[in-house]
Design a protein around this ligand. Structure first.
Ligand code: ADP
Length: 586
């Protein structure tokens, strides 16, 4: 741009020079022409005067008049014109001169115009006069009279007049050239800057534009063609600005979509460096530093993942890998090859499959447990039937005993199925749950009253202790009663005769805490962490004919109201099962 501006000025300067040179050449030509024209005119003029003088002198010569008479005539003629008149004899002696005494004048036989006239009858010369010391134009004619030697009449005029006229013309022309040149220069300066200034404005706007300022416009609008260029430029800036903002809008939309995804997304360029990473990926990769620009090997140091990326790039295919992270988290990595302008880049999607893997394992365990739990009572029933078939049926007393056993097994199976169904209904959200303010006191006393007959049958003491003024909690009274009954059922079951069971409720840290304490057999310390799992039984199956589902149901009910469950137990001394539920916001 700068060179272009320079060249605009240079071009204008060249034009100015051309104009000045043309004027100068014209001036030189005119001066030359005028000079030669004037000299030719002067010569013609002098020629005609010479003819007149020759005619005047001829009679004197024919009469053989003496030299002073010729001189006197010449002086007389000369007084009437502005020319100098000289008459010269063939030998060069001056016979008469209109301005000087011939006696004082040197021989003029060697003067070129005289020699020319003697030779051809006419002569002319322009030269310096040695007599008068200035430049003269001379014209000479020969006069023949009376058969004597010819005489030369010469008329002369100083060239000073022509010279001064010429120098006047020259001066005028030089002045004209200078004035024209100056005017042309001034004009071109004005025109030049009229062209250059808008261009400079365009250049500045373009530079701002290049440095990212798309809001800048060429202003004020230049006139003429530059204005059209500026309009086009401004329009382009506006279009680009719009395009850029819609692009960045698009970008932030994409960013928002990417960031709201729970799957991690990472893009790698052809060199394998990270060029894009969303929030979920940052979280899943667990790197505090900015991942951009780093290699995948740094961001996700896992051989399987690197192999999948490599294979995807080489085979242009989708690859998957499971990445086991420290801390027990599992990620499913999907690598998708993407063609980006002829180059292949990789798009990585990371999904946290820890939970689904855990669920899958739980499901597998559950099925194994259910099968195992069903097999034992079924095998017993099968054994009873076989025994009866093989003759025990005839022994009435034994048959009765076998039937009682079979009945107990069927009861156990039925209870297990009922509890399983209950648990599955609770977990799937099918069981009707209400969430309303509940006063825990009546709930606990209903549960205690339900269990009292069983406790009394075993000779156990059963106490209920409810702190006065307990706030209400949010939950489902029926479900809470069921949870309490489950806990009481265990307490009664695992407490030997003569023991005691106590239910208490109090306020603790904005929650109502319920405890079921017994003086029973207790639970081994190492078994406590798993006590709330489905099918988990702490005791041997011979002693304990439970299903292992009761506590799982309790945990599920309490947690669905935002509460927590816990247990303290000492083997041989007793257990305390505890649940607490936040009080309702008043
Ligand atoms: P179950 O139907 O077998 O009682 P639970 O889930 O209610 O199933 O209990 C799981 C296991 O926890 C029981 O098998 C028992 O070993 C132990 N347990 C529960 N409550 C008590 C308690 N009060 N005292 C001792 N052991 C208990």
């Amino acid at each position: 741009m700068v060179e272009m501006l320079g060249s605009v000025r240079l071009r204008i300067a060249a034009f100015v020079l051309l104009i000045v040179a043309a004027f100068a050449a014209l001036g030189v030509y005119v001066v030359r022409q005028v000079d030669s024209d004037m000299r030719a005119n002067a010569e013609a003029y002098l020629g005609s005067q010479a003819s007149v003088v020759a005619n005047a002198v001829r009679p004197l010569l024919e009469d053989g008049a003496p030299q002073p008479a010729i001189d006197a005539l010449v002086k007389r003629l000369g007084a009437g014109v502005d020319s100098r008149i000289t008459v010269i004899a063939a030998d060069g002696a001056v016979l008469g001169d209109s301005e000087t005494d011939p006696a004082t004048m040197e021989n003029h036989g060697d003067r070129p115009e005289v020699r020319q006239a003697l030779a051809t009858g006419e002569g002319a010369a322009q030269r310096h006069s040695s007599t008068l010391g200035v430049d003269f134009s001379y014209v000479a004619r020969t006069v023949f009279a009376g058969g004597g030697p010819p005489v030369v009449v010469r008329v002369a005029q100083p060239l000073a007049a022509i010279d001064s006229t010429l120098s006047d013309i020259t001066r005028s022309i030089v002045t004209a050239v200078i004035v024209t040149g100056a005017l042309a220069a001034l004009l071109s300066l004005i025109v030049g800057s009229a062209i250059v200034r808008p261009l400079q404005r365009l250049a500045v706007a373009a530079r701002n534009f290049g440095s990212g300022d798309l809001k800048g416009r060429v202003s004020p609008r230049p006139s003429g063609e530059a204005g059209e260029v500026a309009d086009a430029f401004n329009q382009m800036a506006e279009d680009l600005d719009e395009m850029m903002s819609s692009l960045s809008e698009e970008r932030s939309r994409l960013r928002a979509v990417l960031d709201s995804s729970s799957d991690g997304v990472v893009a790698l360029d052809a060199e394998g460096s990270v060029t894009l990473v969303n929030r979920a990926a940052e979280r899943l990769l667990g790197r505090q530093e900015d991942l951009l620009g780093h290699s995948l090997a740094w961001a996700l140091p896992d051989d399987g993942a690197l192999r999948a990326v490599q294979a995807s790039r080489e085979g242009k295919s989708r690859e998957t890998a499971v990445v086991e992270q420290s801390g027990g988290r599992s990620l499913l990595l999907t690598v998708e090859p993407i063609a980006d302008g002829g180059r292949w880049v990789s798009l990585l999607v990371l999904r946290d499959i820890t939970e689904s893997k855990r669920l899958e394992e739980t499901r597998r365990d559950f099925i194994a447990n259910v099968s195992h739990e069903l097999r034992t009572p079924l095998a017993s029933i099968k054994a009873v039937i076989e025994t009866l078939q093989s003759g025990a049926l005839d022994d009435k007393a034994a048959a009765q005993e076998f039937l009682v056993r079979a009945d107990a097994e069927v009861d156990h199976l039925a209870r297990m199925v009922t509890e399983l169904l209950e648990l599955s209904r609770l977990e799937s959200g099918q069981a009707p749950f209400t969430k309303e303010p509940v006063d825990i006191g009546p709930v606990l006393s209903r549960a205690v009253e339900r269990m009292r007959p069983q406790a009394e049958r075993k000779g156990l003491r059963l106490d209920l202790d409810i702190a006065p003024g307990l706030p209400t909690i949010v939950g489902d009274a029926e479900r809470l009663e069921q949870a309490t009954v489950n806990l009481l059922d265990n307490a009664v079951k695992f407490t030997p005769e003569g023991g005691s069971v106590r239910v208490s409720a109090r306020l603790a840290d904005a929650a109502v805490e319920v405890e079921v304490t017994d003086t029973g057999i207790g639970i081994a310390r190492e078994k406590l962490p798993r006590i709330f799992e489905r099918f988990y039984k702490a005791g041997s199956s011979q002693v304990d004919r439970g299903t292992g589902l009761g506590l799982a149901i309790v945990k599920h009910i309490i947690e669905s109201f935002g509460g927590t469950v816990s247990v303290d137990s000492t083997e041989g001394q007793g257990s305390t099962f505890r649940f607490s539920i936040p009080v309702a916001d008043s």
